[in-house]
Design a protein around this ligand. Structure first.
Ligand code: SF4
Length: 301
């Protein structure tokens, strides 16, 4: 078996520490920030493996700590099922941030402000307006590296929920090892495990920033925590089931949601055709109706 070379540099020295040291550090981040922002801390939980660890750490400090789940409307059924199970089993104090409410009041620090309208409140609206999220392309708002759907379905509802609830500290399960972009950002001077996030007027805390995937599973398995069934099906992630923004989305979607895959592929081909032939018009946009059935747009030459 090939010997694993030790990683070097600041990233390697943070990732390659003993598991016990990382657990002590993570507990410290959670305890310190929950004490400092007493009663104003929330745990952001996607019901994936990383946020499960952080949620478990936070519950040791305060079993009633608020938990916020950002439901994008295109979550895997397994995630919704696990969210329901864990909420009941662990008696979670859960708030759900949804993009579905088009109206919100813009005001800082609990002060009332003017009513604003959010234009895009579901995934298919975002796709119809901005196209599919394509990995590696700067498709986000104002050319940012994020995506429009993440901006409208995640960032905005979460920001609104943080402001409306007066939370001043958001603890989440972000890890640097998840992507190159996250690793680079984690070592930037203004980021790291704790920093001020001006957009939400709150502190962001990533207690397991320097944990590897192996560390996360070690914690879950050692403590025999329940986890999202998507992992038992071989999934690497639990985000939106429609996501096309990461490298292996096609193989994941073909395996996990085989009925959805050809529909998304067809819509992407339509989108490509629109770029090549702008005279083609899309008559209707794909949408998920209340029963979860996907209707697909049609093309007119
Ligand atoms: S995770 Fe993917 S599908 Fe979901 S909002 Fe972000 S880019 Fe869009």
């Amino acid at each position: 078996m090939a010997r694993k070379e030790p990683r070097t540099g600041p990233v390697g020295s943070k990732l390659d520490r003993p598991f016990s040291e990382k657990v002590i550090e993570a507990r410290g981040y959670v305890a310190h920030n929950m004490a400092e922002y007493n009663g104003k801390t929330v745990v952001s939980c996607s019901f994936g493996k990383d946020s499960l660890v952080v949620l478990h750490l936070a519950l040791q400090n305060n079993p009633d700590v608020p938990v916020v789940f950002n439901d994008t409307g295109v979550e895997h059924p397994e995630t919704i099922q696990f969210a329901k199970y864990l909420t009941k089993e662990w008696n979670l104090n859960l708030t759900i941030a949804r993009p579905s409410d088009p109206w919100f009041k813009l005001g800082r620090n609990g002060r009332s402000g003017r009513w604003m309208r959010q234009r895009y409140t579901n995934y298919w609206q975002c796709v119809a307006e901005f196209g599919f999220a394509r990995g590696g392309k700067r498709t986000g708002k104002n050319g940012s590296a994020g995506t429009h759907c993440c901006y409208y379905l995640k960032d905005k509802p979460m920001g609104r929920s943080v402001r409306e609830n007066g939370w001043k500290c958001v603890i989440d399960g972000l890890t640097a090892a998840e992507s190159r972009q996250r690793t680079l950002r984690a070592v930037m001077p203004d980021y790291g495990a704790c920093y001020r996030f001006v957009e939400w007027d709150a502190q962001k805390v990533h207690p397991i920033l320097w944990w590897t995937e192996g560390d996360v599973w070690e914690y879950i398995l050692r403590l025999d925590l329940p986890f999202n069934d998507l992992y038992s099906q071989g999934s690497e992630r639990v985000g939106c089931m429609t996501c096309t923004a990461y490298a292996r989305w096609e193989s994941e979607m073909q395996r996990l949601t085989p009925k959805l895959y050809p529909i998304i592929r067809e819509r992407m081909a339509e989108e490509d055709a629109l770029v090549l032939h702008p005279d083609i018009k899309v008559l209707s946009t794909g949408n998920l109706d209340d029963s979860g059935i996907l209707t697909v747009g049609t093309l007119e030459g």
